[in-house]
Design a protein around this ligand. Structure first.
Ligand code: AOF
Ligand code: ZN
Length: 369
């Protein structure tokens, strides 16, 4: 453990990372970074400036926080979840801005892998006389920045696989449309997950059977609906489906191996984006699709169903995080069995968190890389 990191540092870094969650799903290819400017004039530390990477990725977090702090930044500590940038993009380097503002100390969770930054941000800070403390709560930092890091290192979007399972191990009932498994609180939480991702994906079976809308319908957060993507080899998505009908509320893309066919062209005519896919073993090739989505600026993808799609992502080792809701509801006859259970996940995943939402439990698993 880095002995330069104090208990106060951990407290403010935790607050900084929690704060940075707010822009997840909104910053495109840019990471959602948080900055808190904290000063202590002898009566205890207090926050004088806050910033998170803005919608679309700019401005970055640091200049927003510095602007709020004004002259109070002089002599203060800046908590930043990612190494401050060193490059001239549409804005000047954040590392320079921290030096110019007279910041005395910078505490960072994770190093930025971007070639234009990696290590150089720290160099600028040190050359400017700032004390730099690296490695404050890196695991917590990863909970927000892992999508950005996955996209940087693996050139594909990060995948969160979400599943709701009944007490008898089912995810629905055959030919019954949407079957409620979890309660209101868990459902609201799954809409938070939608808001925090750049795109949400289901298979064509779920799109037809459940006829979902896949938008974020939390009060005040409807503008945070992600791009909706349907895995639909033969472009079978009905024009009358809720997904197509709600295209004004959130964009929709169909991943298909027949982008030029009549059905695909009819969908395209309504504004649906076509993603031309490669076929592997009679199915859409998922690794290539994830690369394609990353190149379209998608950093975090939420996979919501159904069983076959979930199984494919797990079998191909493409699910980075699994969010599993468990309820006390019994589905009974004609149930569709869950493609995995908590115990089958534990071989490859670590249980990272457990929550209660109303009467339901929610487990977050992270893949051991
Ligand atoms: C920071 N603070 O809040 C963010 C950073 O296209 P640009 O110019 O915005 O640069 C994108 C890069 O900036 C991105 O790859 C990452 O290295 C960094 N993001 N840096 O200092 C921030 N969002
Ligand atoms: Zn920057």
């Amino acid at each position: 453990m880095n002995s330069n990191i104090t208990e106060t540092d951990r407290r403010f870094m935790a607050a900084c990372i929690r704060y940075s969650r707010r822009q997840l799903g909104l910053t495109g290819t840019n990471p959602s970074v948080g900055t808190l400017i904290v000063r202590d004039d002898g009566q205890g530390p207090f926050i004088v400036g806050r910033g998170i990477t803005a919608r679309g990725g700019r401005p970055h977090a640091e200049p927003i926080a510095l602007a709020e702090a004004g002259d109070l930044a002089r002599g203060a500590t800046a908590y930043v979840s990612l190494e401050p940038c060193a490059h001239h993009g549409r804005t000047p380097p954040c590392a320079d801005a921290l030096v110019a503002a007279g910041i005395a100390r910078v505490v960072v969770a994770l190093t930025d892998p971007d070639d234009r930054v990696s290590g150089r941000g720290f160099e600028i800070l040190r050359a400017g006389g700032i004390e730099v403390v690296q490695g404050a709560l890196p695991d917590m930092g990863l909970s927000v920045l892992s999508g950005y890091l996955t996209r940087s290192f693996k050139k594909r979007c990060q995948v969160t696989l979400k599943l709701a399972v009944s007490a008898d191990g089912m995810i629905g009932r055959a030919a019954a449309g949407q079957v409620p498994i979890t309660g209101d609180e868990a459902r609201a939480q799954s809409h938070v997950l939608r808001a925090e991702h750049d795109a949400i994906l289901v298979g064509i079976g779920t799109a037809i059977e459940d006829n979902p809308e896949l938008t974020c319908r939390l009060p005040g957060l409807d503008s945070r609906s992600p791009l909706r993507v349907v895995l639909d080899s033969h472009a079978r998505l009905p024009l009358s489906s809720r997904l197509v009908q709600s295209i004004g509320a959130a964009p929709l893309a169909v991943a298909t191996v027949e982008p030029e066919g009549t059905a695909a062209q009819a969908l395209a005519g309504t504004g649906v984006q076509m993603i031309a896919c490669e076929e592997y073993d009679g199915c859409i090739a998922l690794p290539e699709l994830l690369e394609d989505l990353a190149s379209r600026g998608i950093t975090r993808l939420l996979v919501e169903g159904g069983a076959a799609v979930a199984r494919s992502f797990l079998d191909e080792d493409l699910a980075d995080t699994v969010v599993l809701f468990e309820s006390d509801v019994v589905v009974g006859a004609n149930g569709i069995a869950a493609p995995f259970t908590r115990s089958t996940l534990l071989g490859r995943y670590d249980e990272a968190a457990v929550w209660n939402f109303g009467g339901d439990r929610c487990y977050e698993f992270r893949r051991r890389d």
